[in-house]
Design a protein around this ligand. Sequence first.
Ligand SMILES: Cc1cc2nc3c(=O)[nH]c(=O)nc-3n(C[C@H](O)[C@H](O)[C@H](O)COP(=O)(O)O)c2cc1C
Length: 353
Amino acid sequence: MLQTGPELFEERKRDHIRHALDDRNQAQGLSGLDRVRLVHEALPELDWDQTSLAEPCLGRRLSTPFYVAGMTAGHGQAPILNDALAAACEARGWAMGVGSQRRDLERAEFGSARDDWKSLRARHPDLVVFANLGISQVIGATDQDVVRAIEALEPQALCVHANALQEAIQPEGTPRFAGALDRLARLCRALDVPVVLKETGCGFSARTLERLRETGLAAIDVSGLGGTHWGRIEGARAPLQSPRATAAQTFADWGVSTAESVLNARRALPGTEIWASGGVRSGLDAAKLIALGARRVGFARPALEAAKDPAPGGLVRWMETMEFELRTALFCTGCATPADLRGNEELWTVSTG
Ligand SMILES: Cc1cc2nc3c(=O)[nH]c(=O)nc-3n(C[C@H](O)[C@H](O)[C@H](O)COP(=O)(O)O)c2cc1C
């Protein structure tokens, strides 16, 4: 029998972390980034010290264009993990998304995490942080419910996540998306905080992005195919040989690659800020996405892995590596800043083979 209520909710969140760390649930090799090459500049006309990763985020100064993409919330270990991520992000000038705050919308059933968010914000007053809710939940909520769910965190933006494949395959899924576009537009008008629409690993087609033109989004986080794959994860959670488990295999490569999603966003939503996540696994991947047009680049599973590294300083060392690699890519393309690289068509090529 399926469990219901808070126990199931907690268990699902723990399952998600475990399965996300299993390589079989990564759409490795499908991000499209292997085919993108940056153009080497043998004479950069720059000293290393003249390069800088600084990139403002929604009006706030930040020393990198990186963010940890929304992950964990709603289970017992979440505050500890979030605190470790928040401390590292605040120290290194990364932004950070939190995981779905659904529990704070449906608190009568699950109990609120409001106090956890309050204390996260109190301990990290300078952190640039993004709240997170799913579109399926937002559709059924009032604007006031949304404000109440996120206000304790005092976020710089609300990321609304779209996860159609996950909701379809998840045994306890809520695949309710009718009215999503209209709800998003109303939310953007009603809220004081900027709204960002994000996928969760299946990306965006040009057709979807065109429909978003008049919505009033502050940014789009394409979160494309190439990394953590929620169809695979929910398939791994479904009973063996059940229709959901089989369908998950059929849909194992479903989605629009991260590279293609960024190019789609650039064409379909000129003027809207593009954030790129989904299968970003190095600072060089990040540089490629910036060259394709992204302003910010996000990591989920690699940040989780680094945060769970038992070696002291593992998370910060991983962040320094991402920064160093991005800076190397800037230097070797002759760019002083991410802005010099961003969307610069002379600095990247795509192999067709
Ligand atoms: C353990 C885990 C939990 C996640 N939970 C959420 C979530 O609650 N809300 C959300 O918008 N995205 C969530 N994501 C998706 C990520 O934000 C990101 O879009 C996706 O994992 C692709 O990035 P990656 O390939 O670097 O992991 C989660 C990812 C992981 C790994």
